[in-house]
Each structure stands twice: as C-alpha cells, then as structure tokens.
Design a protein around this ligand. Sequence first.
Ligand SMILES: Nc1ncnc2c1ncn2[C@@H]1O[C@H](COP(=O)(O)OP(=O)(O)OP(=O)(O)O)[C@@H](O)[C@H]1O
Ligand SMILES: O=c1[nH]c(=O)c2[nH+]cn([C@@H]3O[C@H](COP(=O)(O)O)[C@@H](O)[C@H]3O)c2[nH]1
Ligand SMILES: NC(=O)CC[C@H](N)C(=O)O
Ligand SMILES: [Mg+2]
Length: 511
Amino acid sequence: MQNETIVIIDFGGQYNQLIARRVREANVYCEVVPYSKTVDEIKALNPKGIIFTGGPNSVFDDDAPKVDSQVFELGIPILGICYGAQLMSMSLGGVVHHADTREYGVTDITLDTTGVLFDGIADKNQCLMSHTDKVYSLPDGFRVVAKTEDCPMAAFENAEKGFYGVQFHPEVNHTPFGKDMIKNFLYNVCKLSGDWTMSDYAKNYIEFAKNKIGDKKVLCALSGGVDSSVAAVLLYKAIGKQLTCIFVDHGLLRKDEGDQVEDIFTNQFDMNLVRVNCEDRFLDKLAGVSDPETKRKIIGEEFIRVFEQEAKKIGTVDYLVQGTIYPDVIESGAGDASVIKSHHNVGGLPDYVDFKEIIEPLRSLFKDEVRQLGMELGIPEYLVWRQPFPGPGLAIRCIGEITKDRLEILKDADAIFREEISRAGLDREINQYFAVLTNMRSVGVMGDERTYDYTIALRGVTTTDFMTGEWARIPYDILDIVSRRIVNEVSHVNRIVYDITSKPPATIEWE
Ligand SMILES: Nc1ncnc2c1ncn2[C@@H]1O[C@H](COP(=O)(O)OP(=O)(O)OP(=O)(O)O)[C@@H](O)[C@H]1O
Ligand SMILES: O=c1[nH]c(=O)c2[nH+]cn([C@@H]3O[C@H](COP(=O)(O)O)[C@@H](O)[C@H]3O)c2[nH]1
Ligand SMILES: NC(=O)CC[C@H](N)C(=O)O
Ligand SMILES: [Mg+2]
C-alpha cells in the first residue's frame, strides 16, 4: 500500500530539508524532487499535495528555475513558499519584481484567520522573512490573507483551486506558528489522514535495500556512534550476513572506546565485525599537520583507503554504507551552501572511491529523527542516546600538531570530564560534552614551583539537531570538581577554561 505522499519541488532554498522534516513530523510521507521533473513524472508519484520551496533566484530572470506550468492543472493543492509563492503568482498571471524594501529576519505579521492555512492560529504573530523580491499583484481568484509592514501580500490563497502562497518561511523555528500552518495545509487542504511513521521508514528502507543489493556483499563503516549503528542495523535487517562492518581504530578514539565498541558489536549483535587497528598509519599521515581542513581531508581519505583494503580481503564488495546524516551534508557545502567544515564522510571524501556506490540511508534525516528510528529498530537506549563523536575524533580536538603524547593528555582529561558529568546525572541533559587540548601554554604554580603547561578547554552544548546549539549551563561546583581533578591527575595541564559560546557564531567542535 502506498502512503499518502507530498511532493516537495526543490528550487534550491536553504531550508528545503527542513520543510521535508516538518511534513514527516506531521506523520506524512514526502519526497523532495528537483524542479526539472516533468508533470508526468510528478503525477506518477501520485501526490496528494505539492509544496514549492524557496530559492536564491528571481522568478523573472531568464534562467530562473521553473516548473512545468501544467502542474497547476492537475487538481492537486499547492503550497508555495517564498520563491515558490512568487513563482505560483507569476505563473498564474500575477506580477513579481524586486521589492523597494527587502525583508530579512524575524518580522511581525498580521494573519487573516479566515484564511484556510491560519485556522486556529493567533492573528498577531511573527515569522521569518528572507526575500528581495515580492508579489505586487495577485492572479485572478486569489485574495490576501496576511501582511507585514513592508509586505502587503505576505500570504495569499485561492481556496477554490487549493493554491496557497506564503512569502515567509513556515518551516523554521523562528516562525512559531509554522508547524501548525503546515499541518493545516496537510490535513485541512490536502485532507490527509497522517498514515506515515518512522517504523514505515524502516520497513520501506529495508525492502528497498533488499531489492537493490540482491546477493551482493556490502561493507558498513561502523564507528559505534548513533548514526552508523542505526545504518548498520537497518542494513543487517535487510541483508544479514552479506554485511560486514568495519570499525577503524585510528588511535583518535576516546579512552577505552575501541574495546567498548568491539565488545558491544560482537557480544550484543550477531554481525560480522572487523576492527582494524591502524593508529600508526593515521598518525604518520597527520604528523606535523595543524590546519583543521587539512587534517579532515587526510582522515577522510585514509578512512576510504582502509575500507577499500578491507573490502579486497572479503572479495568483491560493491557497496559501502556510511551513517551520513543531513547536517554533515549541509555543513560540507551541499549545492550552493557554503563550506563550514568538511565532514570527513562528505566534503572530506577523496575524489576516487573504489566502490560501485556509497549507500547512505540516513542522508536526509536529522539527528533526533535518527534516534527515533534507532528506537524503532530496537537498538538499546544507551547506544541510541550516546553523545555524538566526530569521525576525525580527537584529531579535531587536539588543536595544532597531533602527537601520541598530546593525545594521551587529551584522552585522560576528557575521560575525567565525561565521568563527572555522568556522575552528576547530566549526560542526557547536555547533548555533547568533551575536552579540547588547546595549543596554548601558560604559567602556573604547583607545589611552590613554577609550571609552564597546557590549557584544557571544556565544551558542553545543548541542542536537538546539532545545527545550532547553546553552551550548557553546567553548575559551577561540577566544573570545579572537573577542574581540580584534571589538574591533579593529568600531567602537563595547569589551567582549565570553559567555552561559553553558542553555535552560531561558534561551532560545536573547535576545528
Ligand atoms: N572509527 C570509524 N570507523 C569506521 N567508520 C567510521 C568511524 N568513524 C566514523 N565512521 C563513519 O563516518 C560516518 C560519520 O561519522 P559520525 O561521527 O558523523 O557518525 P556516527 O559516528 O555514526 O554517529 P555519531 O554522530 O553519534 O558519532 C559514520 O556514520 C561512519 O559511517
Ligand atoms: O562524523 C563527523 N565528521 C566530521 O567531520 C564532523 N565534524 C563535526 N562533527 C559533529 O557534527 C556536529 C556539529 O559539529 P560542528 O558544530 O562542529 O560542525 C557535532 O556533533 C560534531 O561532533 C562531525 N561528525
Ligand atoms: N528565500 C527565498 O525563497 C527568496 C526568493 C527570492 N530569491 C527573493 O529574494 O525574493
Ligand atoms: Mg561518530
């Protein structure tokens, strides 16, 4: 049985996957497709509703992305967001040009609550605006249902045809009524029943993977982290022992982590697991390197070379599975987005990879959705709720050059911090917490003697999606215990600082 489907037509906007996420959150299945799909291809997906996303272009430019105008004749409801609303308006006979006043940021908006999308929503509200063009006149049959000070046509509808346009972005948290508005579109306009759940995602993916892979062999890059554990279990359910998991111990893991991961995946799950110990190989390549992006690229490439080498031992392996999730993709500069940092599994991948294909079952999901999926698959809670740990590991927390000695200092300090946070029962509340070895040394006095040693920085953040985050308000007395213990127990450290920047403007990791 096919789930009720929403088709999201992608015009290159920044928040497109967030739109998809909002639709999934409302228990509706959706697919994001490029604007170049023909109307027949769209029809073949049997959508119950269509959403046009935002996008960087101006609709009236010659080379602006357009959708086949027959889409307006399918009798299917359409919601246009920002660029999508402008495109809908222009395609049906309205007028769009550059605005005299542009709007960027959170803006007060007045909603006409007789508008179908705004049913049950407060009329004085706020929304996120981000546009330089605007709609100046509406096509026949439309009426205005929202306005802001600078945008008199901030939302419009032709309820009879089921066409709706909004100039603002309902998909972001800065538009507090956005989720309700999207639900109104799905439930009141498209008349959906909400027949999709995360367990459907699992079921469908397992079916899809079975058919795609057939009797071929597959290798899964398994770190023991949340994402790759969920990806591995999904694939294991699809193809069982055709799957081999490769766990790379690159010497950049946390204290005792290698043994713990090996223990969990050999004793608790009955999967084929190969642990590859290659500390020297990674450390040799990283010797003398202190630039963060260079470190990331070296590690990204070395990971793949290890996977290729292990694949050869197994025979012919067509597919490599990675636990890539959406934030990894967007921060590595997907499409037109700018590169924040090259996640080793996306932007850090080498140009040539000796596998027929890389499979990434979680590529469009956000972290909290992956956790939900993990619970659906019956993965133990302590694994699903583990704090994330980046693939490049301690290399990007050891600022400057990486040496065995410096890694030892960092591992010991980090272990103390993690131990005290879980002793205080804060490990679920603080979503990611770790130590960073800075490359700064300063003067201290210990046992009446001068010291000149490293500064350790502690980092703690609260976040749900890891795209943005707040620094965690860890109680002073816990920070105090951690600080005393690290300085007393770890040689070559004489000073501890706590990082009090949020993301943005900082990022979670230091490199
Ligand atoms: N040590 C490792 N050995 C093998 N594969 C790895 C290793 N570290 C990372 N990977 C691969 O890179 C992907 C991305 O790493 P990332 O740290 O984002 O995810 P994760 O480790 O699975 O989950 P988490 O975000 O909870 O740490 C992983 O899903 C995995 O496929
Ligand atoms: O697998 C990964 N490979 C990487 O190269 C990488 N860089 C950052 N991270 C993790 O991503 C989340 C966001 O981190 P940033 O705010 O530092 O970008 C945080 O959870 C980081 O730990 C990585 N994960
Ligand atoms: N965010 C958007 O979709 C922007 C649409 C269009 N490029 C504008 O500036 O108005
Ligand atoms: Mg990880």
